[in-house]
Design a protein around this ligand. Structure first.
Ligand code: GDP
Length: 618
């Protein structure tokens, strides 16, 4: 802009842009009453709040003025002031959680239900070593080749899709619960149904139980594959009774666990197994919105000599396209090439589809969550925010008895505490399970992710990290490796040797979770016997306390001939000239209130406040 035109603009009343924004920009806050609660976000002004709550803004300004706080109707209210106004008017309030776009663990994308379509289930295969997980995965993969699919599924990609009765299922190629849980520890939500492989000639083994704990911790329904039924020593009945012993009672025994007798080697029973997996998955009503930017997890990654950093992504929701901009872990990537499980290039990958992606600046880690962005700029910004956060976060937050509870899963007002309990014998473990299951605190669930005998293993620590669980031991220690890992992950292991101390601590922690409930408490009443005028304080009521106490800073209701005429707040409480905190029964005091209401002789003052109440006598 030339000097002349600058002068001209000045004359015409031109206001620079920055100044315009300063004068006219509106605070970016909003709020509304939802289910009787005032839910707000951002900056709220006196005027905005008054409108939303149906109050008079000048009354708010006046009441704060009388309390010695200068506001105008455009003043931005802080949380404390909003709370004060809401409490004064008996309105519940809550600040809406500000969603951090760089925090992918918070599910902040809500899909409109009308956009959702069915998505294939993702299957994970777990079980004890040598029970036939790899053989089963290979068998399913190859059966597709036998069906005459062109090319055949390459093993490189780490997952594949298979059609069962015209419906797709996605099978993760990595057998074992360790890999699965390590991914979960990184925040990934992978898998919808678990196939638990148990060899019919070996039965339920320690890692079978571990796998069950991991699947349950991830809330996966379990379909059991009783494998190696072709072997001469196979005893499927024995396996079923052992399964019943770990709360997986087979359907044919009256329970609700689907158990299929198979031979991964010959392929017998596999079609039936997959049919059953599909039926279990259908009950989950898995849905996704294919018409939005993709999000999901890295399930495998490596450096390819020819093609550079390469990762298999499993799209959980949305559709991934060539040219999308991704933030993966802390890294950024532009999708240049995508390859499906047949090694063929594809242009897009929808929900539950595994796809190998090329174009990463560095090799991501399995379990990293990815999210696609529509612009390069947005993706770069989010990636840099995540990098910065990672730098600031020197140590993993870890889990201690206290912090585990802070990280509880909140579900419709219920809180869940996850625990891993290890003890010296199976008997103690059962006794602890009973004792812990008996603890009850309203709105708090105690979930025993694992309650078993034996020392704390590295697997326990990994499971604790992935499940946000605390580790409790009874008469056992942690292995040296587990202790070191727990230290590194900052996960507290608490040791006990008296059951009562253990249950007492857990109960205390459960109580700590209770959300405070505020209830109104009437402190006392007084009769107005005289009215004084003061040049400084305005009207002062001379009150005789008839019952209870009148407390300074509390709220008051004023009744005239038994009718409520005003609700306000005490601004001063004095005995003669001294400020007092309380005026007791049968004493006299002088008081002023926050509002301009004119108190008269013979009015009754009721003094009350909101107090925290612990539930059910806790
Ligand atoms: P993983 O450790 O659970 O992945 O077990 P593998 O799939 O590697 O299988 C362990 C061994 O059991 C291998 O020698 C397999 O050939 C064998 N095996 C797996 N499934 C069957 C089966 O159904 N029948 C028989 N007879 N052997 C099997």
């Amino acid at each position: 802009m030339s000097k002349q035109s600058r002068m001209k603009k000045k004359k015409e009343g031109y206001v620079p842009r920055a100044a315009q924004e300063q004068h006219f920009s509106k605070p970016k806050g909003s709020g509304e009453i939802k289910n009787g609660i005032f839910v707000y976000e951002g900056d709220i002004t006196v005027d905005q709040l008054a409108k939303k709550l149906g109050l008079n803004p000048s009354e708010i300004v006046k009441s704060f003025f009388l309390k010695g706080k200068l506001l105008n109707i455009n003043s931005v209210l802080d949380d404390e002031l909003i709370a004060e106004i809401c409490i004064e008017h008996g309105i519940d309030f809550q600040r809406k959680e500000i969603v951090d776009p760089s925090d992918f663990s918070k599910e902040n994308i809500q899909d409109d239900p009308s956009t959702l379509v069915e998505r294939p289930p993702v299957i994970v295969v777990m079980g004890h070593v040598d029970h036939g997980k790899t053989t089963l995965i290979d068998r399913i993969r190859h059966s597709r080749v036998a069906e005459g699919e062109a090319g055949g599924i390459t093993q490189e990609i780490g997952a594949y899709q298979k059609e069962v009765k015209g419906k797709k299922i996605t099978i993760l190629d990595t057998p074992g619960h360790e890999a699965f849980t390590a991914m979960r520890a990184r925040g990934a939500k992978i898998g919808d149904v678990a196939i638990l492989v148990v060899a019919a000639d070996d039965g339920v083994m320690p890692q079978t139980k571990e796998a069950v704990d991991h699947a349950r911790a991830a809330n996966l329904p379990i379909v059991v594959a009783v494998n190696k039924c072709d072997k001469p020593g196979a005893n499927a009945e024995k396996v079923m009774s052992e399964l019943a012993g770990i709360n997986l009672t087979p359907e044919e025994w009256g329970g609700d666990t689907v158990c299929c007798k198979i031979s991964a080697k010959s392929g017998k029973g596999i079609d039936e197994l997959l049919d059953n997996v599909l039926t279990v998955a259908e009950l989950l009503e898995l849905k996704a919105n294919p018409n939005r930017l993709a999000e999901g997890s890295v399930i495998d990654a490596q450096m390819d000599k020819r093609e550079g950093a390469k990762a298999t992504l499993l799209v959980r929701n949305g559709t991934l396209h060539i040219g999308d901009f991704l933030v993966v872990g802390n890294a950024y990537c532009k999708v240049r090439r995508m390859i499906n499980e047949y090694g063929k290039p594809v242009k897009e990958a929808g929900p539950s589809t595994p796809v190998a992606v090329l174009g990463f600046s560095e090799v991501p880690t399995a379990g990293d969550i990815f999210r696609a962005f529509s612009t390069d700029k947005e993706a770069r910004e989010i990636a840099s925010q995540r990098q910065q956060k990672a730098l600031n976060k020197n140590r993993s937050q870890g889990i201690s008895l206290d912090t585990a509870f802070a990280q509880m899963n909140k579900d419709e007002g219920e809180s869940t505490i996850n625990l891993i309990v290890k003890s010296d014998t199976q008997g103690t473990s059962e006794a602890l399970k009973d004792a812990l299951n008996k603890l009850s605190v309203p709105s708090v669930n105690l979930k025993l992710i694992r309650c078993a005998s034996g020392e704390v293993s590295e697997g326990d620590v990994v499971l604790a990290e992935a499940s946000h669980a605390s580790i409790i031991t009874f008469n056992v220690h942690a292995s040296a490796l587990a202790s070191a890992l727990a230290k590194e992950k900052n996960i507290e292991i608490r040791h006990y040797d008296v059951i009562y101390h253990l249950t007492e601590d857990i109960t205390k922690a459960m109580k700590g979770l209770l959300k405070p409930i505020f209830v109104e408490k009437v402190y006392g009443h007084g009769e107005v016997r005289a009215i004084f005028k003061s040049s400084k304080a305005g009207l002062i009521a001379g009150v005789y306390v008839t019952d209870g106490v009148l407390k300074s800073n509390s709220q008051v209701r004023i009744f005239r001939k038994e009718e409520l005429v005003e609700t306000s707040k005490l601004t001063s409480l004095k005995h003669v000239k001294d400020d007092i905190k309380e005026a007791k029964t049968k004493t006299e005091c002088g008081l002023t209130i926050a509002s301009n209401f004119k108190i008269e002789e013979e009015d009754t003052i009721e003094c009350f406040g909101m107090e925290e109440e612990r539930q059910d006598g806790w």
